[in-house]
Write a protein that binds this ligand. Structure first.
Ligand SMILES: Cc1cc2nc3c(=O)[nH]c(=O)nc-3n(C[C@H](O)[C@H](O)[C@H](O)COP(=O)(O)OP(=O)(O)OC[C@H]3O[C@@H](n4cnc5c(N)ncnc54)[C@H](O)[C@@H]3O)c2cc1C
Ligand SMILES: Nc1ncnc2c1ncn2[C@@H]1O[C@H](COP(=O)(O)OP(=O)(O)OP(=O)(O)O)[C@@H](O)[C@H]1O
Length: 584
């Protein structure tokens, strides 16, 4: 199928629904103010990673060398193997790539632009892939092709369904095996089934071999059957930390050639060809797609950034978009983190967390962002990611159902106007609106932001959580069905662990709202790294120094905010706990 014949045109996600909430917003529409100010501040784009192309290529080149298989490694295979790239758009630590290379003498890497990825979401018909994630994907493909060409092969890019493309290639090239990475959710599993059936139909004995490769802990190394996954995350974490070893990442040879002769390798399409109206990032974070960018966001830099973050910037790694597309693997991050000496830069007063031994450290760090202590905490976050992926196997489609894995019965509304006020950042609550605008403007939102807007949609607006989850599916650069629907079911109180049923009381904070309200006409998306580039900057932290005291194990969300005037000058700033407790 030609690229241009893919899906029907999809509009910009924010323009899909057109009517406004007049009863909620008597002020001039925030979006138009935002657009004016966005134009003024168009220089304020924070590139992630901050490196330029040359620096990125240099960091990536050195990393590729460090993780390369020695040139003495033998390749004993015969014939042609196809490598089917899916959400594993990388060369480093790509076991499917290694297996395809080693079992053949000729390797054909393929990516299928599946039209289903560009249709609509299941219940509410939002665009399945928003413009920013679409653009990120195209950058990933261009980068992957570049990296494969450097290794003596290329990337065949075809538009169409894998179950149509792969069998036809297997036949044309006489491939003995199609290698790919295994997925876990029903949409992807259905594609795997169709590919398998279609390959069998070709009749030349081509096999489909699917390999586990998306988690930090390998599924086969779990100390229990995945269907017996503990319902409590903490139990899972303790169990894997005590009983599992994280495998080393797969080393890939520097040269992967030869590749078969192909007339037309196909172009990376434009968004227009995919039926998506392009969207430019005019402010905030602009994530660069591809493995070089993911690797270029090298940990030493992140470490430095997060160290500064303690002084007031937003401090999380922002690895998630590259993890979601498989541009970097969690095992790679693990190996990189391990190669640091985390204590060398840590102020003595804060070392005790580490020196008290792993388990205390883990407890302390659980769900907290204590970046001032070390980068080790990122590993504990990655265990959450693993957990949700394994959970998607255990829960199956219940992860996507209204009642969730526990089949909770309840009354939820699907009120379109309420939903639109949430989606468009027009609820009247600065922290909600700022986060929602950040999402639609940049494709990213902090974890705390996600928890707060999720809680607000479900508990304060009483809306069907799947509306929010599907909107996240459209917009998030890091969209991943397991993490997204897993976290949403938790946030909506229908997840497998009933204790993870948390309410972030935003509306109760009227005093906080009043404080910010006079500035509210000039809200803009929260901006990055605590740099006060926007009119309103909201960061959420769960651990920070507040009025000279450390709140290190406090589970209440704190918000630090700055209100700027339209010229970007700081007018007011402060911190506020969204759920006051006895300590406040
Ligand atoms: C309602 C909701 C929806 C979410 N949807 C997604 C999603 O679609 N894709 C996604 O990758 N994450 C999702 N998350 C989890 C989390 O918000 C993001 O992974 C995180 O904000 C990404 O930023 P970071 O890379 O800077 O994270 P860091 O804090 O630096 O953590 C490092 C990595 O650990 C993993 N991680 C951290 N927290 C979680 C978590 N709660 N669940 C799963 N993995 C985690 C991510 O891979 C992340 O990149 C969601 C959270 C909520 C509350
Ligand atoms: N990768 C994915 N991204 C988003 N949603 C997914 C993904 N994989 C599966 N789903 C969702 O899983 C759900 C499966 O629904 P489907 O109608 O196929 O089965 P079901 O009848 O809901 O479940 P069951 O077969 O368990 O009764 C849908 O909501 C679908 O959107």
């Amino acid at each position: 199928m030609a690229v241009s014949s893919l899906s029907s045109p999809l509009t910009h996600p924010l323009r899909r629904f057109s009517f406004h909430l007049s009863h909620l917003s008597k002020k001039p529409p925030v979006s138009s103010l935002f657009l004016c100010s966005a134009a003024k501040m168009s220089g304020h784009i924070h590139r992630v990673p901050a490196l330029d192309e040359e620096e990125m290529a240099s960091v990536a080149g050195k990393t590729f060398e460090r993780y390369a298989l020695p040139s003495s490694a033998k390749r004993n295979g015969k014939g042609v193997a196809i490598l089917w790239f899916r959400n594993d758009l990388r060369v480093l630590d790509n076991e499917a790539l290694y297996r395809a290379w080693s079992s053949s003498d000729t390797l054909l890497p393929v990516y299928c632009l599946d039209p289903r990825l560009f249709h609509t979401t299941h219940y509410f018909s939002f665009p399945k892939t928003g413009a920013l994630r679409g653009a990120f994907l195209m950058e990933c493909l261009a980068d992957l092709r570049k990296n494969l060409i450097k290794r003596g092969v290329n990337l065949l890019i075809r538009s169409g369904k894998p179950e149509d493309i792969l069998p036809s290639l297997a036949k044309d090239f006489g491939a003995h095996t199609v290698f790919g990475h295994k997925e876990t959710c029903s949409e992807e599993l259905q594609v795997e089934r169709l590919v398998d059936q279609a390959l069998k139909g070709v009749g030349n004995g081509t096999k489909l071999e699917l390999i586990w490769g998306s988690t930090m802990y390998h599924k086969d190394d779990l100390p229990f059957d995945v269907l017996d996954l503990p319902d409590m995350y903490t139990q899972f974490r303790k169990s894997v930390e005590a009983k599992c070893r994280i495998r080393s990442s797969t080393r890939i040879p520097i040269s992967l050639g030869p590749t078969p002769s192909v007339d037309n390798w196909g172009d990376v399409p434009t968004l227009g060809q995919l039926g998506i109206e392009p969207q430019e990032v005019t402010r905030g974070m602009r994530f660069v797609g591809g493995e070089c960018a993911g690797v270029g966001r090298d940990l030493l830099k992140v470490y430095k950034e997060t160290r500064n973050g303690m002084l007031g910037a937003d401090y999380s790694t922002k690895f998630s978009p590259w993890l979601a597309f498989g541009c970097i693997s969690p095992r790679f991050i693990y190996e990189e983190v391990r190669s640091f000496n985390p204590l060398s830069n840590v102020p003595k007063a804060h070392r005790s967390f580490h020196l008290c031994g792993k388990h205390l450290q883990v407890q302390r760090y659980e769900r907290e962002r204590v970046a001032n202590n070390s980068t080790y905490w990122v590993l504990f976050e990655l265990i959450w990611r693993d957990y949700f992926r394994f959970l998607s196997i255990k829960c199956g489609n219940s992860l996507f159902h209204l009642g969730g894995p526990r089949n909770v019965q309840g009354e939820w509304s699907q009120d379109k106007k309420l939903f639109e006020s949430w989606r468009d950042g027009k609820t009247g609550y600065p922290i909600i609106d700022a986060n929602m605008k950040e999402l639609s403007t940049t494709g990213f939102m902090s974890n705390r932001g996600r928890q707060i807007v999720c809680s607000f949609l479900v508990r304060d607006m009483g809306l069907d959580w799947r509306m929010g989850a599907e909107w996240f599916e459209t917009c998030l650069l890091d969209y991943d069905p397991c993490s997204n629907y897993g976290n949403w079911t938790y946030g909506a109180g229908v997840g497998n662990d009933p204790r993870e049923d948390r309410y972030f009381s935003i509306p109760k904070q009227m005093h906080w709202r009043k404080k910010i309200q006079p500035e509210s006409n000039s809200w803009a998306p929260p901006l990055i790294g605590g740099m006060r580039l926007g009119m309103f900057t909201a960061r959420s932290v769960s651990c920070f120094q507040f009025r000279g005291r450390w709140f290190s194990n406090c589970c209440r969300p704190y918000l630090a905010y700055s209100v700027l005037d339209t010229q970007g000058r700081l007018k007011h700033k402060g911190e506020q706990c969204t759920r006051p407790g006895p300590r406040d």
